[in-house]
Design a protein around this ligand. Structure first.
Ligand code: PRP
Length: 206
């Protein structure tokens, strides 16, 4: 049985369609209910919907053999997994943003609000800037508006959230996209299934 952790939401549904095309279909997943685990014994596959930021935890600890996760999560938490494929979807940027007209006074410690403490710390230490991290869990954009921080480090996809909150990108830190990942032990013992799946997905994204 191949255990697959999918990120709950639109991206996860898109990815499931690719798995289905690869021969790992599981019709019950399309039923409209609140169930989180779906299995197709005939195809020897089991899917479960998890919070996107938790996918790599399931995969690292072997509760899932494979999963689909954003590069942002891999960089932030450095899970001990194999990264198999860039799925070329879920594309966005990690960026520093600030209120329009923001001036960075290098004499002062910069207050940075973010969900991504490690990515933000790594970035600012690479440019030698002293910062104070304010770790938040969401709605990061309001931090500089309320004076909680000077800037934010967050994901920018369309840019609409920044625009509607009068913020703008000051620096782009890195490009992000969705990755197919595997548990290291599973990759050894279920290599045939995992490789068959990865190959088919690779073909689909060509
Ligand atoms: C993410 C991110 C931004 C927004 C960017 O938030 O943190 O707030 O999407 O997208 P945009 O550039 O297309 O506007 P998410 O929806 O994950 O919610 P969160 O605030 O709870 O993190």
């Amino acid at each position: 049985m191949l255990n697959v952790a999918l990120p709950k939401g639109r991206l996860g549904e898109k990815v499931y369609a690719m798995f289905e095309k690869a021969g790992f279909e599981c019709p019950s997943i399309k039923e409209k209910n609140r169930k989180l685990i779906f299995e197709n014994e005939e195809k020897q596959v089991r899917y479960f919907w998890v919070k996107p930021s938790d996918v790599s935890i399931y995969v690292e600890r072997g509760a899932a053999d494979i999963g689909v996760v954003g590069k942002d999560i891999l960089l932030e938490y450095s899970p001990d997994i194999y990264e198999l494929l860039d799925l070329d979807m879920g594309k966005c940027k990690m960026a520093v943003a600030a209120p329009k007209g923001f001036y960075d006074d290098s004499e002062r410690t910069l207050k940075v609000a973010t969900k991504f403490s490690k990515i933000a710390s790594d970035y600012y230490s690479s440019i030698g800037r002293e910062i104070d991290i304010i770790k938040l869990n969401g709605s990061i954009e309001i931090a500089p508006i309320l004076g909680l921080s000077d800037v934010i480090v967050d994901i920018v996809e369309t840019g609409v959230t920044l625009k509607e909150n009068n913020l703008e990108v000051v620096n782009s830190i890195l490009d992000i996209s969705t990755r197919l990942i595997a548990n290291k032990t599973s990759f050894k013992f279920k290599s045939k299934e995992i490789e068959r799946l990865a190959e088919s997905i690779k073909e689909q994204i060509k």
